[in-house]
Structure formats: C-alpha cells, structure tokens
Design a protein around this ligand. Structure first.
Ligand code: ASP
Length: 586
C-alpha cells in the first residue's frame, strides 16, 4: 500500500496513529533542529516534521527534497504546537520516521499555489502542473459534481442519455464546420458536429421522447472573447411538448443545480422578457438584470431644437447612473473614450447632471433650456445627484453601444456582483436575421426552429417580422442556453430552407435525411441546450470558461501544451489524397 490516508484527511482525533502518506512536496524549510515538509495531494496539505535529534540523516534528507518531489512518508500523527486554523489538517502534524523519494522533479516553472507567479501562457503550456493548484482543481471538481447531478436529475425525469456520432455530415448550423478527411472515401469529408441538433430530432422520430446528452460540440469560429472551438453542451430534446413544457422542465433543472451547488432557492418563476423588450430596454438579447439602469428613449424630447446630432439620429437613448453627478470632467472623458473605442463604436456621448443643489448641467446645455433638460431627467426618473448618459444614432447600433455603456457603469458602480444571480428567459426571438453583406436572411437560431404559429402567414410577405418559438436562458448577462420548438412537418421545413436561400437540390443534399424522416410520423418536439462550461463558470464565479476545462485551447484556438494544430506527414496527406495549396504568409 502506498498510503494509508490522504493529505487532507487527518485530524486531532487521529493523534497517536501510525500513518503513511504519499504526495508532492509543496515546500520544505529548516528551523532549528527540525525540517518541516508540507506534503500535498488532491485532498489537501499535511505538515510533516523531521527531527534532527531523533534521526539526523533522515532530517538532512528531508531538507534536501525539492519542490514537487513525489514522496512517501510514514510517521505518527501528533498534535501541533502552533496550529494553523487555515488548514483543515492544521491541528496535527506527522512526526516522520521513514521517507522515500518516489520520484524527483525539476523545479516547476511557476509556483504551484493559488496565488501563482505563472502567467496565462506558461500555465497553459504546463497545464498538468497548473491543474495541481487547488483553485483550478476545485473548478474541475465542481464540474464533475454538476455533471453527475444533472444526469441524476434528468434521469429522475425519464430522460435517456443517448450518444450521437462525432463524425457526421457537414450541415452547417450557423458557424463553420471543422472537417475531417476520409481516407477510405478519397475526396470526401466528415464534419464534427456543431451540436447534435439533427440527431436529437431524429431520436424524437424514433420515439425516444426525452433525450439528453452531455456532449462535445465543435465550431470553427473566429474566437471571440471566451469561446472555445470545442465546448460541452447539456443537450436536450422532448416530444409532445410546447414551449411552456420545455421552459418548465429546464427552469426546474437550473433551479435544482443552483440549490445543489450554491444552496440558493429561487422560489419565484424566472421572469420572461420578449426579445423586443430586451433590445429596447437593455440593447442586448442577454441582458444583465442584476441591476436596473434600463434604457429610456428621448428622441421626441430632443428633436427640433437645432442640434443636428439629435435631429439626424433615428434613436436617442439614455441611462441614468445613480449618484454619479459628482463625476469629474476626467471621468466623463474616460466614459466618452470608452464608447468611442472601436469595440463599442459610438461617435460620442452626451450627459446631463442633476446636481445635489438642484441645478442642472449638460454637455449639450447650449442647445437646450434647463426646463427641456429637466423634462429628459423626469422621463429618466433621475433624482438629485444622478447622472444621465445619452447616445444618439441608428437604432440597433446605438442600443448595442448603450448596452456596453450600461454594463461599464454597472461594473464601475459595483452592481455586477458575481455572487448575485439573476436568471430570466428571453422569448419571442425573430425567426430570421437579415445580413446586409450577403443580402439574404439567416436563421437567427437554426433552420429547424418553428415559426410562431400566429406569424406563419407572414413568412413570405413580412419575413423579417416573423417571430420564432425560440427561447434563451440568460444568467447575469450570459446566454446559459437556448432552444426552440422545432418544425416537424417536412413541407414547412422545406419552405424554411427555401426562405434561407437553399435550392431544392441543396436542401435535399444537406438535409434530405431529416426531411425523409419527417415523412414517417415525426412527433411535435422541441428542446434546448445549455452551455455546460458556461454553467460551471457562472457557479464557480469565474470570468472565463477556460478555467472549467481541463485542457483548454488559447485565444488562437491552439493547445500550446501538445502544440496542436500541427502539420502532418506527407505520407498521411498522400493517404488522404490531399494536396496542400498554402497561401504564402504576408
Ligand atoms: N442545437 C442548438 C444549439 O446548439 C440548441 C437547441 O436548439 O437545442 O444552439
């Protein structure tokens, strides 16, 4: 036996026991006639003492141990003189009588401690060492517990976990596919699934009326902030359901997991907000509702006073930042710089201050009387001491810019507490999204999403106005998941493909299998998928999903530890009948 106990296990009640521990040397130090060694494993840290008076050789050997050496130590559990209340094992130490070095270690490139000196790149290159740090390990432990509990919960509701293939046909769902060449079928390619979407729908045709899967999905997207090319979904589908059934079941799951992990009871139903309202009041389809500062529209109050910025803008929107009238010139300049950054893209920002003494000041004071400015303030429900920030411009663009400004103000005012959770459903998404560049409609969710039955007659006449039976779960400004009721009628599905610009042949080539299946009695069905990495990161209070993944990719989609992607041998290319035509790097 390598060990009798773990390094996180022993307590005062164990005093007097002879034990053997195995683990890594966190640190060692010599003090007077003793050497102290902290031994670490997955479960914790235990202090071991070597006494020069009892065994000088052993004590000497202990002081020569290097960081991260793997050791096995036998000794007696004893009460500690100076206890460490910060360690669960802090009341005891092991008086060592045997020490065996199981393996040596080079000096690690960074400190294996929560507060490490290793930068991101270094930690990713040596991710196996990074994973020894308890703050990282704890995230993976949480991930495991959540996955386990999600399975248990869904199983209790009769959901079956069914695996779907990873090598599939390229049927883009919105992002670019990763493709895999087939050696046995030269010139042909598999694709990695962006999600199991079509397979779970086929499972509904097969009668598996409650399906789920905790599953890897792959999307070859330009990596925007906090995306991974491979990520994990809790993917679900149900038959004989309407939107309300799906929302009920999965609101139940989310509440259950919040209770299980955080002991938080959400006693009220999650609020629902239409997509149109989310855009109108928050400028985002994933509003952070931990705080107010909803948008107020001022177009009618600002127009016709000879100020062209307002007059020319189809939209004028404001937020009211409570207690910020004391913002200095410099702070206001910073906010203006913030909205003018290319990521936000506004041309400028206007402001109105309701001073504590009752006076009113504004960056646009020369165009408007105090009474006019007071009318704006009234509409914003601003009080003395508040600051109103205003953007003007094209409606959707300006709303998005105002969303960025609102989030920035929320952060500055400490209103985005990661330990506070605000969940809601956003519903009634548009079915289509118009793309100016390609001059065509795209499916906002995916092409299998059912139109709202009340809007079906608008499909051809007012395509852009058709609402989808689609919904997103939003937590603290993050899209936790989303789904829809599906089309289960092959004719309607065909029509949808047409509206999306697919010819009959294209639709048949890409989705023939699905439309065929729908000819054999497809039940009404719908479902959703949660981003599992995101779910873990929200509950762990992390900014990034990367820390919830054992071996993540960096921002350029690389695994810097194994150095992937990488070139392959000419022989492998030949076998795959692939010739490269690489563009010269600029
Ligand atoms: N397959 C969808 C997605 O990955 C989720 C769903 O509609 O169930 O976003």
């Amino acid at each position: 036996m390598y060990r009798t106990n773990t390094c996180g296990e022993l307590r005062l009640a164990d005093a007097g026991k002879v034990v053997t521990l195995a683990g890594w040397v966190q640190k060692n130090r010599r003090m007077g006639g003793m050497t102290f060694v902290d031994v670490r494993d997955r479960y914790g840290i235990t202090q071991v003492v070597f006494n020069n008076d009892t065994d000088a050789d052993l004590c000497e050997a202990a002081s020569r141990l290097g960081r991260e050496y793997v050791v096995q130590i036998t000794g007696t559990v004893a009460e500690r003189q100076s206890k460490n209340p910060n360690l669960p094992t802090g009341d005891i130490e092991i008086i060592a009588r045997e020490l065996k070095v199981l393996n040596r270690s080079e000096v690690p490139p960074f400190k294996i401690e929560d507060d490490t000196d290793g930068g991101d790149d270094l930690r990713m290159k040596y991710r196996y060492l990074d994973l020894r740090r308890s703050c990282v390990r704890r995230n993976l432990e949480l991930r495991h517990r959540m996955a386990f509990e999600i399975r248990r919960y869904l199983d209790s509701l009769g959901f079956l976990e069914v695996e779907t293939p990873v090598l599939i046909k390229s049927t883009p769902e919105g992002a670019r596919d990763f493709v895999v060449p087939s050696r046995m079928n030269p010139g042909q390619f598999y694709a990695l699934p962006q999600s199991p979407q079509t397979f779970k729908q086929l499972l509904m045709v097969s009668g598996f009326d409650r399906y789920f899967q905790i599953v890897k999905c792959f999307r070859d997207e330009d990596l925007r902030a906090d995306r991974q090319p491979e990520f994990t979904q809790i993917d679900c589908e149900m038959s004989f359901v309407e939107q309300e059934d799906v929302l009920q079941v999965f609101e139940g799951l989310v509440k259950h997991i919040f209770k299980y992990v955080k002991d938080i009871d959400f006693t009220e139903p999650f609020p629902r907000m239409t997509w149109a309202d989310a855009m109108k009041y928050y400028g985002s389809d994933k509003p952070d509702t931990r705080f107010g500062m909803r948008f107020v529209e001022l177009k009618d109050l600002t127009v016709g006073k000879g100020f062209s910025v307002m007059d020319d803008a189809p939209y004028v929107g404001a937020i009211c930042a409570p207690g910020c009238a004391n913002y200095t010139r410099k702070q206001l300049d910073q906010l203006t710089e913030f909205v003018k950054r290319p990521q936000v893209g506004a041309k400028g920002m206007m402001w109105v201050k309701l001073e504590e003494d009752g006076s009113i000041k504004s960056s646009v004071g020369k165009f408007y009387t105090d009474d006019e400015l007071r009318a704006w303030a009234e509409r914003c429900e601003a009080k003395k001491g508040d600051l109103i920030l205003i953007l003007a411009g094209e409606t959707m663009k300006t709303r998005k810019q105002l969303n960025e400004l609102r989030l920035e103000m929320g952060s500055r005012l400490g209103l985005r507490d990661p330990q506070k959770f605000s969940c809601l459903w956003v519903v009634d998404f548009p079915l289509f999204e118009w793309d100016d560049e390609t001059q065509r409609y795209y499916a906002m969710h995916h092409p299998f999403t059912s139109p709202n039955p009340d809007d079906i007659d608008k499909l051809e006449t007012a395509t852009g106005e058709v609402r989808a039976t689609a919904y997103d779960m939003v937590v603290n400004g993050n899209e936790l998941g989303g789904g829809s009721i599906r089309i289960h009628d092959s004719e309607l599905q065909n029509k949808m493909f047409h509206l999306l610009g697919l010819s009959d042949e294209d639709a048949q080539y890409k989705f023939g299998f699905l439309m065929n299946a729908f000819k054999y009695g497809a039940p009404p069905h719908g479902g959703l998928a949660f981003g599992f990495d995101r779910f873990v990161s929200i509950l762990a209070g992390l900014d990034s999903i990367r820390d919830t993944i054992a071996f993540p990719k960096n921002n350029s989609g690389r695994d810097v530890m194994i150095d992937a992607p990488s070139e392959i041998e000419q022989e492998q290319l030949d076998e795959l009948s692939i010739a490269l035509a690489l563009k010269k790097e600029e």
